[in-house]
Write a new protein. Structure first.
Length: 70
């Protein structure tokens, strides 16, 4: 009977270790996904600002609107 209790205790310990590793893995993925989302949003903001500046330059040069970026 002692053998089964020890085996069960090892199984529980192994399960907890795997669970902890799994949780850490998904927390790491979540952090990286959040960072990537922030980077993409910042890049989009910069691109939007550059596009706006380019459109203003076209307006100053008097380029017809059909030649502008849609």
């Amino acid at each position: 009977m002692l053998f089964f209790i020890q085996a069960h205790a090892r199984a529980v310990e192994s399960t907890r270790a795997v669970s902890k590793i799994t949780v850490n893995f998904f927390e790491t993925i979540d952090r990286h996904a959040s960072s990537l989302t922030r980077i993409v949003e910042e890049a989009q903001l910069v691109n939007d600002q550059k596009l706006c500046e380019l459109e203003k330059k076209f307006e100053v040069l008097g380029v017809p609107s059909f030649w502008r970026i849609a």
